[in-house]
Design a protein around this ligand. Structure first.
Ligand SMILES: NC(=O)c1ccc[n+]([C@@H]2O[C@H](COP(=O)([O-])OP(=O)(O)OC[C@H]3O[C@@H](n4cnc5c(N)ncnc54)[C@H](OP(=O)(O)O)[C@@H]3O)[C@@H](O)[C@H]2O)c1
Length: 209
C-alpha cells in the first residue's frame, strides 16, 4: 500500500467500521450515512454496501456526491431531500438540524451513531420526538486497541474491495491550504500532508535548540 493511502485509512476507516458494527448492520438494513463525501463517510458507504445494506448517502451539494454511487451508494441525496421511508441505521458525521431530521426518520429498533459534528450547529429536538417506540442515539468514539480492525481494513484495501480516497495531498508546509480546502468542503475523502524524514529531523533539532 502506498504510504499516503496507509495514513489516510486508520482513523476514518476504523470509525466507519466500528460505528456500523455498533449499529448492528445486516443485509436488509437501510443505512443512512451523512457527511458521505468526507473521510468517514466514504469508508462507511463502501463498508455498508459490502455488508449488503441499502445505502443512502447524504451530501451537502450535487458535486459532493461524485463517486459515491460507484462506491456502493444506492441513493445519493442532497441533505435528506426526498427521503421519506424510515431507515434502520444512521452514521452521522454532521450533527445539528440534520441529526434531528435523521432521528425522525429512524425506524423503531433503529440506531443513530453520532460519530462527528462537522456542522458545528446545535441539534434541537422538538417536544416528544424522543418519546415513542424504542430507538437509540449512541455517542461514538474510537478507543482501545485498533489492531484487529486495521488488519481487516488493510486486507480489504489490498484486495481493492475498499478504496482509500485522497482528495488533497501536498507537502506539510501547505497545511493552511489543506485546512482551507477541508473547511471549504472541497476535499473528497481525506487530505494528506507529506512530511519528508529530513524535514522532520530538522524541525525536531531546531525545537530542541
Ligand atoms: N468519534 C470518533 O472516534 C471519530 C473518528 C473520526 C472522525 N470523527 C469525526 O467525524 C466527523 C467526520 O470526519 P471526516 O474525517 O469524515 O471529516 P470531513 O471529511 O472533514 O467532513 C465530513 C463531511 O462533513 C460535511 N460538512 C463539513 N462542514 C459542514 C457543515 N458546516 N455543515 C454540514 N456539513 C458539513 C462535508 O460534506 P458536504 O460538503 O458534502 O456537506 C464533509 O465531507 C468529524 O467531526 C470528525 O471529527 C470522529
Amino acid at each position: 500500500m502506498d504510504l499516503a493511502q496507509a495514513v489516510a485509512l486508520p482513523v476514518a476507516g476504523v470509525a466507519a467500521l466500528r460505528s456500523l458494527r455498533a449499529a448492528g448492520l445486516g443485509p436488509d438494513k437501510r443505512v443512512l450515512i451523512t457527511g458521505a463525501s468526507g473521510g468517514v463517510g466514504r469508508f462507511a458507504v463502501q463498508l455498508a454496501a459490502r455488508a449488503g445494506a441499502h445505502v443512502i448517502a447524504s451530501v451537502g451539494s450535487a458535486g459532493r456526491g461524485d463517486g459515491l454511487a460507484e462506491a456502493g451508494a444506492d441513493e445519493v441525496l442532497i441533505g435528506l431531500e426526498g427521503l421519506q421511508r424510515p431507515v434502520d441505521v444512521v452514521i452521522d458525521s454532521v450533527g445539528g438540524p440534520q441529526l434531528v431530521a435523521a432521528w425522525n426518520l429512524l425506524a423503531p429498533g433503529g440506531s443513530v451513531q453520532s460519530v462527528g459534528w462537522t456542522s458545528g450547529e446545535p441539534a434541537v429536538f422538538p417536544p416528544y420526538s424522543t418519546v415513542g417506540p424504542a430507538k437509540s442515539l449512541a455517542s461514538f468514539v474510537i478507543d482501545g486497541d485498533a489492531g484487529a480492525d486495521l488488519a481487516v481494513l488493510t486486507e480489504l484495501a489490498a484486495e481493492g474491495a475498499v478504496t482509500i480516497e485522497i482528495g488533497w495531498q501536498g507537502p506539510w508546509d501547505r497545511f493552511a491550504e489543506a485546512a482551507e480546502a477541508l473547511r471549504g468542503r472541497r476535499v473528497s475523502g481525506k487530505a494528506v500532508l507529506e512530511v519528508a524524514c529530513g524535514e522532520l529531523r530538522g524541525t525536531v533539532d531546531s525545537a530542541q535548540d
